[in-house]
Write a protein that binds this ligand. Structure first.
Ligand SMILES: *[C@@H]1O[C@H](CO)[C@@H](O)[C@H](O)[C@H]1NC(C)=O
Ligand SMILES: *[C@@H]1O[C@H](CO)[C@@H](O)[C@H](O)[C@H]1NC(C)=O
Ligand SMILES: *[C@@H]1O[C@H](CO)[C@@H](O)[C@H](O)[C@H]1NC(C)=O
Ligand SMILES: *[C@@H]1O[C@H](CO)[C@@H](O)[C@H](O)[C@H]1NC(C)=O
Ligand SMILES: *[C@@H]1O[C@H](CO)[C@@H](O)[C@H](O)[C@H]1NC(C)=O
Ligand SMILES: *[C@@H]1O[C@H](CO)[C@@H](O)[C@H](O)[C@H]1NC(C)=O
Ligand SMILES: *[C@@H]1O[C@H](CO)[C@@H](O)[C@H](O)[C@H]1NC(C)=O
Length: 721
């Protein structure tokens, strides 16, 4: 209602003829520069619409008579308010339409606040505002269309409504009058309908358009051919389908075209690609593109970032790609590219920082020419059909931090590590599923691999023992030795690695008791757990995330679980009660061993545990009732042991399926449909008096199960990529 009234009077002549004289009078009556009464009232109406806490600085500052002196307000020499600059001021409440009464307002920045409600139409389409930024708030509703009665161009140059909760179709008509628009940022909302391709019909100077992370759908319509000034067009993470319109390639000024994670299809047409002669960033990853990478890609000499990951592209790497000498990031991951990789000459691509060719069907060896790319920081060639050995040339790559060669047919693990140890900057080395049946390299390395944080040699079927040199990797945080043929015991030095928090030795032939040292791993035993780790990012995500996620934090080390997996070995003896010290642990897997004795009640200290698997051992005695306190548990199994007595009921444990308990003939309880006899019932511990509210429990259980699965998913995929 207010909005309507306002829209009505905003363009009325009455407004001008009645109120301008009054404000002149006011001006005459007050010292020069002091704000006009009308502007002051508009600002106060805006202030009234806010829900400010008493300690908000606006509460104090906005009280004198001269509003030009108020915090965040700027005036021109006539005392008219021209600027409102209040970013990150913890403003709550709504944006009052009264602001549209500030007839000289040209700049408004209310970004990074908590403002809610709708955007007043008259304010949005003000005839004075040049810069309009309400990004990072909680505004809802649609972006209103310009009143059709409007005539004359609007002065607006920048409109930034990104990261709000806007819904509905994007205005289409209005852009005819925003003739001065240079940048439009609508990213991170829930806009629906077609991408507004007609934009440039009116807004001829449009340079920057960001529509990413919305729900735009349908084909990208024709119209971009009119965008003669458009440099940046971003519309990733929408539901766009079909082939790219012809005239998009006529926008010859495009520098940055980024449409990842849509459902775009068709082939990359060579003639069209060649037209993008100024392009610097081309990101069409996560779509359904097919066909070959055209030879004409070599004409894009300014191209720095080429991302075509997760499509259905096939064929060789065209040799012309080596003409893209500006290239810094090449990401062709997860396609059907094939052919002999060593036939491609990387020599001219010396600016490359990252190469990701994982999950394709490349054959041949690592091209020797790749070792001339001295600026390379990350190289991922995992999951192809590559053969041969890492050559000495690799030592040229002194900046290399991330290397993944997993799931190929490489040989000579000891030669490989001897070479890699000379690449001093390596923090992540993933070599799993190669070097089949070779011997685990042992050497008296002491000062090598000093920056290494993650080492994966999983599924290589390596023979030998866990070597001592691993104990010198003082920055090691994750170690995967699973799926080998390692024998002997777990060495006693695992408590000397200060940062190790993920250890996987499952599926080996290790034996002996679980050593005390394991229960003393410093990071796992600390209260802060992974929180204390350097939150630095890996250059490429370690994980092979299938989750369609655009959150970059999965690059982070701390995104995977603190875990200890000794599954499927020949460990004997009792579970040391001291494992209960590993407070930070989220995954404990001791299944498929020969462990005996009872389940230590001390495991109830592992309050962060999301998965506990003790199945297929020879454990005896009762399930400690205190395990019921492990509220985060999402996966639990004690199946196939010799446990007895009642399954603790009334809380977490009896929410797990029968399969979690099967193969223990002496267990009883309603979960497994085997009632406890009276005598066993007599042994039941008294029910806790502080039984949590049932609904809450259910909610927590559901929430955590989901969270748990998610985390475990990440954990399991950790060392693939
Ligand atoms: C302005 O603020 C000061 C202190 O914050 C207060 O003492 C004064 O009464 C206020 N003036 C008005 C007009 O509200
Ligand atoms: C704008 O100013 C006019 C005149 O003072 C007033 O009648 C109207 O209510 C104001 N609009 C809003 C939305 O405050
Ligand atoms: C819009 O605002 C966000 C956050 O304030 C900022 O990151 C982005 O660069 C802005 N967009 C434009 C086009 O200025
Ligand atoms: C690769 O290209 C460089 C020039 O960029 C050239 O000197 C070299 O001989 C080429 N290597 C092969 C194997 O063709
Ligand atoms: C990979 O290439 C080989 C031979 O070149 C072919 O037999 C195989 O089907 C291809 N695999 C995939 C997944 O395309
Ligand atoms: C090694 O990495 C660090 C940062 O991780 C970087 O500052 C340094 O330049 C790198 N060394 C080389 C030789 O590139
Ligand atoms: C393994 O690699 C090393 C270092 O490149 C090399 O000296 C050795 O001959 C290789 N061994 C085999 C069997 O290829």
């Amino acid at each position: 209602m207010q909005q309507l009234l306002h829209a009505g009077c905003y363009h009325s002549n009455l407004f001008i003829s009645c109120f301008v004289p009054i404000s002149i009078l006011l001006l005459l009556a007050s010292p020069l520069n002091a704000c006009s009464q009308l502007d002051r009232e508009s600002l106060l109406s805006f202030h009234d619409g806010l829900l400010l806490t008493t300690n908000n600085s606006l509460v104090d500052s906005w009280n004198g008579s001269d509003c030009c002196l108020w915090e965040g307000i700027g005036c021109n020499t006539n005392g008219a308010v021209t600027r409102i600059s209040l970013p990150s001021k913890e403003l709550r409440g709504e944006i009052s339409p009264a602001l549209a009464n500030l007839t000289q307002l040209s700049y408004i920045d209310l970004s990074h606040n908590w403002l809610a409600g709708t955007l007043p139409s008259a304010l949005l389409w003000s005839s004075s505002i040049v810069t309009f930024d309400v990004s990072f708030n909680r505004l809802t509703g649609g972006l209103p269309e310009l009143p059709s009665s409007t005539n004359g161009a609007l002065p607006m140059k920048l409109l930034n409504v990104s990261s709000n909760c806007f819904t509905g179709p994007f205005p289409s008509f209005s852009w005819g009058l925003t003739r001065n628009l240079v940048a439009l940022d609508g990213s991170g909302n829930s806009f629906t309908g077609l991408v507004p391709a007609s934009l440039c019909g009116g807004s001829r100077y449009l340079d920057f358009l960001d529509l990413s992370r919305n729900q735009f759908s349908g084909n990208i319509p024709h119209g971009f051919g009119n965008c003669s000034e458009l440099r940046v067009f971003l519309a990733g993470h929408n539901n766009l389908i079909g082939i790219l319109p012809d005239d998009l390639f006529e926008a010859a000024s495009l520098r940055h075209l980024s449409l990842p994670n849509n459902h775009l299809s068709g082939v990359l047409d060579g003639k069209r690609i060649a037209k993008l002669s100024n392009i610097i960033m081309l990101d069409l990853g996560g779509n359904e593109l097919s066909g070959h990478l055209p030879e004409s890609i070599g004409q894009l000499v300014n191209l720095e970032h080429l991302a075509l990951y997760s499509n259905r592209l096939s064929g060789n790497l065209p040799s012309s790609l080596s003409n893209c000498t500006s290239l810094k990031d090449l990401n062709l991951r997860a396609n059907n590219f094939n052919g002999n990789l060593s036939a491609f000459n990387f020599s001219s691509l010396s600016n490359l920082n990252t190469i990701d060719l994982a999950i394709n069907n490349f054959t041949g060896g690592i091209p020797e020419s790749i070792y001339t790319c001295r600026n390379l920081i990350a190289l991922r060639l995992s999951t192809n059909a590559l053969t041969g050995q890492v050559s000495h040339g690799m030592t040229n790559l002194q900046a290399l931090s991330f290397l993944s060669l997993s799931i190929n047919y490489f040989t000579n693990i000891s030669g490989t590590l001897n070479i890699l140890k000379k690449c001093k900057n390596l923090t992540v080395i993933l070599l799993g599923e190669n070097f089949k049946h070779e011997a685990f390299p042992d050497a008296d390395w002491t000062g090598e691999f000093q920056r290494l944080q993650i080492l994966s040699l999983g599924k290589c079927q390596l023979t030998g023992q866990i070597p001592f040199w691993l104990s010198k990797l003082t920055n090691l945080e994750g170690l995967d030795l699973s799926g080998n043929k390692l024998t002997g015991t777990i060495p006693s030095w695992f408590n000397t690695l200060p940062k190790l928090f993920s250890l996987n030795v499952s599926d080996n032939y290790l034996s002996g008791e679980i050593p005390q040292a394991i229960t003393e791993m410093p990071l796992l035993a600390s209260e802060q757990g992974v929180a204390q780790l350097d939150p630095s990012y890996f250059v490429l995500p370690v994980f092979n995330l299938k989750i369609k996620s655009w959150f970059p934090q999965y690059n982070k080390l701390s995104a995977f679980s603190p875990s200890l997996s000794l599954r499927n070995n020949s460990f004997t003896g009792a579970i040391p009660p001291e494992i209960g010290r590993l407070k930070a642990l989220q995954v404990l897997d001791l299944s498929f061993n020969n462990l005996s004795g009872g389940i230590p009640p001390q495991l109830d200290n592992l309050t962060n545990l999301e998965k506990m698997d003790l199945s297929s051992n020879h454990l005896t005695g009762m399930i400690p009732p205190s395990l019921n306190n492990l509220n985060f548990l999402a996966v639990f199994s004690v199946a196939d042991n010799d446990l007895e007595g009642p399954i603790p009921s009334g809380n977490q444990l009896d929410t797990f399926p029968i399969s979690s308990f099967q193969g223990n003939p002496k267990l009883c309880g309603s979960v497994i449909n085997r009632p406890c006899s009276n005598s066993t019932l007599g042994d039941l511990p008294p029910l806790s008096t502080k039984r949590p509210n049932r609904d809450l429990l259910l909610a927590v259980a559901l929430g955590l199960t989901f969270g748990g699965c998610f985390l475990l998913g990440i954990f399991l995929q950790l060392y693939i990529g």
